[in-house]
Design a protein around this ligand. Sequence first.
Ligand SMILES: Cc1ncc(COP(=O)(O)O)c(C=O)c1O
Length: 492
Amino acid sequence: MNQNRTPLLDAIRSLIDTHPAYFRIPGHRLERGISSRWTDRVGTEIFAYDVTETPLTDDLHSPEGAILEAEALLAALYGADRSFFLVNGTTCGNEAMLLSAALAGEKVLLARNAHKSALMGLILSGASPAYVMPEVLTAWGIQGGVTPAAVRRAFEAHPECRALFLVSPSYYGLSSDLVQIAEICHANGALLLVDEAHGGHVYFHGALPAGALAAGADMCVQSMHKVTGALTQSSVLHIKSHGIGEDILARVADNLRLVQSTSPSYLLMASLDCARYELAARGEEMMRRALALAASARAAVCALPGFRCMDRNVTGVSGIAGVDGTRLVISAKELGLTGFALEALLFEKYAVNVELADYENVLAIVTYANEEEELERLICACADISRAYAGQTGAGKTGQDVFLPFPPLPRQAATPRQAYFARVQETPWQEAAGRISAQLIAPYPPGIPVVYPGEEISREAWAYIECFRKHGRHIHGLETDTVRVLCDTGAL
Ligand SMILES: Cc1ncc(COP(=O)(O)O)c(C=O)c1O
């Protein structure tokens, strides 16, 4: 296929070029109605591309023209049978995959480091989860990959599961052995569904981990806005059939209609069309640049007293089959600084914005669009911190409290859906241990639920979440000092 084309972008342009008398939605009339407070700052032209379904611009929910063509180009680039544009992020793609994978009352296997959008899919569907625990990468205090052995054991314990939902690569760029895991899934008559939110770029350079579709996954979802030039919320879902679970794959388009707006943004969709065009034209060059920028920053930060940077050496341990070199995982633990304290210092003192922090590390995402000067600022800030904190003790330091490991699986008293729609009461967080949660509780980012609706808030889970709370971290589900718990589990 001719990847040099941008069918949707061109279709929108054709519409604009007809200089239409416009009586459709949106009401701003191709830019004229946007507040000058905004256009004075950003210009007007982009707003003309904010259009809707017309005979020229096609319909996301039943594509026959420009969108269908743009999606076909995307599928060809990634080696998929069919690809879908998503305007509600990987969130809606994960929801649609899980809504398709298991009907109410059926069971699905889920890696326990799944993003909260997977749980939202389960609340919508009424399916019941069984879990696979990822390994722990103790040297860095984070979760590693899911091992093929753990997947095998999970299917032995839950042979009725028709799909496994996995995150790979993780936020930290750590991927699981998807080739072996796909084989195990298929041998069990189950689909492998991969949340590849952080992996839309890995297909374009040999030094990056294997992409899910290439490894044998049946479906995957990618946040193109996280790693390519697409606008925020723009994601894609790919299907590649291996002759298993055709009924599941056939449900995806319908389920996407359930979780996406009937007024999808053409700005977002055009950005997907153009991001695909760029990747096709120069994806390898883009990834080479990102890898080189990250590699030189990694070397420079590693050389600073008190700093460490994760590298490929973690491959082969803790279920990790590959490492995305564009992710910089940085620790200043030896200076006594938590990841949280390092993140705050970088932001407040040096205007260096990293993606997230955990107790031990910060995570900086490097893309082809970063400037060398930005990496230099990160390095200089770390050098300054290295000098300032050498041999000091003080606030925000590690060692004053112990950050607990991710808690073991708790008792499941109800499915996520049953608990979410049950009678609930608010209970003070301090008294919540031992109660059955009616909601998710997830430190954010990364948005991995520690407690699912229907689960007991175990002592371990309570203590783990309390560590984040004490450090003033943002926690979805714990915005106040109370949580919603079930009134009566007997009624379920
Ligand atoms: C692993 C993972 N999956 C899914 C999502 C949701 O993606 P989106 O923001 O594109 O909806 C995120 C968001 O950070 C994520 O980290």
